[in-house]
Design a protein around this ligand. Structure first.
Ligand SMILES: Nc1ncnc2c1ncn2[C@@H]1O[C@H](COP(=O)(O)OP(=O)(O)O)[C@@H](O)[C@H]1O
Ligand SMILES: [Mg+2]
Length: 316
């Protein structure tokens, strides 16, 4: 029986964690089903889909699972919470650990950590906490601005602001989601996203996916309406720029303390990748970005799931 370094083998009892208690529960069910089906095809016959709710700690303990495959997205699944439960239960799991999951869920704290690496470029920004003077906070920034809730996904609550007069209403929309709001200078470029995976403990970048939305920027409508975006993979970038983007992705992964898998978003302008965010539990549905990025380098969906499983572990 072939055994992976982390002790997982074809007889291991693997819990595919899905659903959960976030706004992305439905997408997570589809990610989970995809990963579960792949594990079955790969011969992990003792894998099970485990729907996450408040009783998850009991379900995992009573189920005597050897490993957890994390297909959760958003709050509690991607922010260090479920990772903490798995650490306590000593069940090795795929994806990032407690600390990097928690940091990367918050776009401002991601920027603070990544700014310790001067080779990672990000849009100039202001962080507005509840009670702060909004106009004072953005004094040093140039319009147009981009206003976003600090820890949401799916482009929820975001607005491009062209004029000072429209800043207050954009802030009021964002603050409905989180008390803290991130305001960045708008990067007038194009959007790319890159997966980072691990092989034998060493991170590597996938091919780069460019997404061209029909809307002005990649908003909720463009993300979830079929035909509203065009996907180009590998992105049409020179060899040099491709290398620069891939290096930035791996550097960000390492600087934020990520492991196992992540997907990193950038805006490209004048051949410079401006890092937007690190997604530590990226979508794994049949039409998600990471499977497309992996496929472009001949890693099919099942092999992608196997690679991720191989990188399961606990914090050391
Ligand atoms: N500073 C920015 N300049 C230009 N566009 C941006 C900026 N920040 C975000 N966007 C646009 O908004 C989209 C969502 O932003 P992102 O930070 O990745 O949040 P989410 O977690 O919702 O994916 C991006 O894909 C991009 O199109
Ligand atoms: Mg994003």
């Amino acid at each position: 029986m072939q055994e992976i370094k982390n002790g997982i083998n074809k007889n291991s009892k693997i819990a595919v964690l899905c659903g959960g208690m976030s706004s992305e529960a439905e997408v997570s069910m589809r990610s989970g089903k995809g990963c579960f089906d792949a594990l079955q095809r790969l011969g992990y016959k003792n894998s099970q889909m485990v729907v996450v709710d408040k009783d998850i700690a009991l379900k995992l303990k009573d189920g005597k699972f050897d490993c957890a495959f994390n297909a959760l997205h958003g709050k509690y699944g991607e922010d260090g919470c479920i990772q903490g439960v798995l650490e306590i239960l000593q069940i090795p799991y795929t994806g990032c650990g407690v600390m990097s999951s928690s940091i990367c869920m918050n776009k401002e704290f991601t920027k603070r950590i990544l700014s310790t690496n001067s080779d990672i470029i990000m849009a100039k920004s202001a962080f507005v906490r509840k009670g702060d003077d909004l106009f004072e906070a953005v004094k040093g920034l140039k319009y147009p601005l981009f206003v976003k809730p600090v820890s949401e996904g799916s482009s929820f609550g975001m607005t491009k602001v062209d004029r000072k007069e429209d800043l207050k209403s954009a802030y009021e929309l964002a603050v409905k989601y989180n008390d803290d709001v991130l305001i960045e200078e708008f990067i007038d470029g194009f959007f790319v996203t890159v997966g980072v995976l691990e092989k034998d403990g060493k991170p590597f970048a996938t091919e780069i996916l460019e997404i061209r939305p029909k809307t002005e920027w990649y908003d909720f409508e463009a993300k979830y309406t079929s035909g509203m975006s065009e996907f180009i993979c590998p992105a049409n970038l020179s060899a040099d720029v491709t290398e620069r983007v891939k290096q930035a992705a791996v550097m960000a992964f390492e600087t934020a303390g990520c492991r196992s898998v992540s997907r990193i978003d950038f805006m490209m302008k004048d051949d410079i990748p401006y890092l937007l965010e690190i997604n530590t539990s990226p979508g794994m549905t049949a039409t998600s970005d990471l499977p497309a990025q992996a496929a472009a380098m001949d890693i099919d969906y099942d092999n992608l799931v196997q690679l991720i499983l191989n990188s399961a572990g606990l914090n050391k």
